[in-house]
Design a binder for this molecule. Structure first.
Ligand code: HEM
Length: 309
């Protein structure tokens, strides 16, 4: 079956996928202390909207936080833990959790809602609301609540199951199958890379001609130059770049030979969760090997899934 990856298709698939993450029982009102009752869904929605308004970066961070929490022994909020029971390193220290953000916001919401709502539920609700806002209302889905917070956390456990950006197609497919996700869901959920940023260390392999998986030569050249510039601008040897070429300046897109037909490249569209990632991927202009690998399927099914309407 050929899936047309419109925003609607993403919505349906994300909903299906999140059914996996669902729990039971929904406390509608939470006692946040001081005798004040808070509507749970409403509080999370308002806090997320306010945070994204102040700092648009936080939306993408919340979407990734959900993935990284749920992938490691289920959606149990364990990604938020600062201490492991055995005093060892936690999920936050995992190599594959580089750049994870959004913790302060989850803490703040938890502070408002109190003990009757788990952190695990707040992560799920916050990612849902961020997705809705980033997609301009195109991706909307219901979630149930009632999850319990976990106490186990280990960097090794997280690195053992979270996929690194260097995975090939077979490894990605097996990784997702291990969590009962199909190949189509792998392609659809990878569409989240339409938003957010990545560190150079997560895509350095793509700049090395000896080891790079297919990447547009013009895009590769522009990216290598941009990264060098950003080392100075950001004052770090491991600067970040936007995941989506759509979010780069016009000069960069021109230098890369980006074909933007069908993609909204206006300033207002920056950071919008839409299907522009697939446009870029079909031009070999994506950051990660794992993105490009979705085209490297001998049956051709994943590549077909990516063709946009
Ligand atoms: C298919 C396997 C995947 C791999 C290998 C992968 C890998 C990565 C890597 C390496 C980064 C950049 C981290 C950094 O350097 O800071 C990243 C960012 C991101 N990923 Fe994925 N990812 C995958 C799937 C997903 C899924 C399923 C989602 C959510 C549905 C997702 C959402 C995001 C988002 C939103 C960002 C940007 C985060 C931010 O800006 O804070 N990714 N991913």
């Amino acid at each position: 079956m050929v899936i047309k990856l419109s925003a609607g298709a993403i919505a349906v698939s994300v909903c299906l996928s999140l059914a996996f993450f669902a729990g039971h029982g929904q406390p509608v009102l939470a006692d946040g202390g001081g005798g004040k009752k808070h509507d749970v869904a409403d509080t999370v929605k308002k806090e997320v909207a306010m945070s994204i308004k102040k700092n648009p970066r936080i939306g993408a961070a919340l979407v990734r936080l959900l993935f990284h929490d749920c992938w490691v022994h289920g959606c149990d909020g364990s990604v938020l833990l600062d201490k492991a029971p055995d005093g060892g390193s936690t999920e936050k220290d995992a190599t594959n959790n580089i750049g994870l953000e959004g913790f302060d916001l989850i803490d703040r919401i938890k502070g408002k809602l109190g003990e009757s709502v788990s952190c695990a539920d707040i992560v799920v609700l916050a990612a849902r609301d961020a997705t809705f806002i980033l997609s301009r209302g195109n991706i909307a889905y219901d979630v149930t609540t009632g999850r319990k917070d976990g106490v186990r956390s280990s960097a090794a456990a997280a690195d053992a199951v979270l996929p690194p950006s260097t995975f090939n197609f077979t490894q990605l497919k097996a990784n997702f199958a291990g969590r009962n996700f199909t190949q189509t869901e792998l392609v659809v959920l990878s569409g989240a890379h339409a938003v957010g940023v990545a560190h150079l260390s997560s895509f350095r392999d793509r700049l090395d001609n000896a080891t790079a998986t297919p990447i547009s030569a013009r895009y590769q050249r522009a990216l290598a130059e941009h990264v060098e510039e950003q080392k100075g601008v950001q004052g770090t040897p491991d600067p970040t770049e936007p995941n989506n070429i759509r979010d780069m300046e016009l000069a960069f897109r021109n230098a890369s030979g980006h074909n933007a037909s069908g993609v909204d490249t206006s300033r207002a569209a920056r950071g919008v969760l839409d299907n522009s990632y697939y446009h870029a991927n079909l031009q070999n202009k994506v950051l990660f090997r794992s993105d490009w690998e979705l085209r490297n399927d001998t049956t051709g099914a994943a590549g077909r899934d990516m063709r946009v309407c």
